[in-house]
Ligand binder design. Structure first.
Ligand code: DX5
Ligand code: ZN
Length: 224
């Protein structure tokens, strides 16, 4: 099942509850929350208190994308704040297996994220442990960037690895997705389609969410 996953990074934070209600009316059931620390990526965004406030405003699945150093020190605080899934960067984890286990033990889905330049082959052995894999289709740090085309080939490769290993984890893609390239991401095997500026910088976030959900539903994944 393909899901359009709005990233609140491009929402108006002063009207966050309204912005969330609007994408939920458009059919979104998962929200993507980008956590940046000014070290792993140059930008700084939100921490656990904001996630706890969002938790009170919605029953949607909260998907926390940790773009931070030492994610193992902070993941639990985000789960206690209400995150349903937490993803950590392969590039930021010294002990990825242990960090994924810790996230699961704390009661959330555990995801692993790859920067554009990190090959999917690095995940070969850990795939059976991860609950989902997030492929960055831009260099992390900001919304509103252009999708890096070779990431779609990475999605196809990952999709093949998943089939060969008889696994079923969702593949998430994040960055530069808009109504015009969305079908291509679905055809490449992605199921959780993160999109920020295309939704929140449009004139009607609810209508754009609905429109993107329809495009995604019509695009069928090509067998990888
Ligand atoms: C970028 C973030 C993304 C961002 C995507 O580092 O991880 O989730 O919000 O924004 P768009 O859809 O505008 O590329
Ligand atoms: Zn993200």
């Amino acid at each position: 099942m393909v899901e359009i996953v709005p990233s609140i990074l491009s929402a108006d934070f002063a009207r966050l509850a309204e912005e969330i209600a609007s994408v939920e009316r458009g059919g979104a059931t998962i929200l993507h929350l980008d956590v940046m620390d000014g070290h792993f990526v140059p930008n700084i965004t939100i921490g656990p208190p904001v996630v706890a406030s969002i938790r009170k405003a919605t029953r949607a699945h909260l998907d926390c994308h940790l773009m931070i150093e030492r994610p193992e020190q902070y993941a639990k605080a985000f789960i206690e704040a209400g995150a349903n899934s937490v993803s950590v960067h392969y590039e930021a984890c010294r002990h990825l297996d242990a960090t994924l286990a810790m996230i699961k033990d704390a009661g959330a889905m555990a995801g692993v994220v790859l920067n554009p330049a990190t090959p999917v082959a690095m995940l070969e052995d850990v795939l059976e442990v991860a609950d989902y894999v997030l492929l960055m289709s831009v260099n992390p740090g900001w919304g509103g960037q252009k999708l890096i085309p070779y990431v779609l080939e990475k999605a196809r490769k990952l999709c093949r690895m998943r089939r060969e290993k008889k696994l079923a984890f969702p593949i998430e893609i994040d960055g530069g997705i808009h109504p015009e390239n969305l079908a291509e991401a679905v055809r490449a095997g992605c199921e959780w389609i993160v999109t920020g500026s295309a939704i929140f910088h449009s004139s009607n976030a609810e209508a754009t969410t609905r429109e993107m959900r329809e495009i995604a539903a019509q695009a069928t994944a090509v067998r990888c």
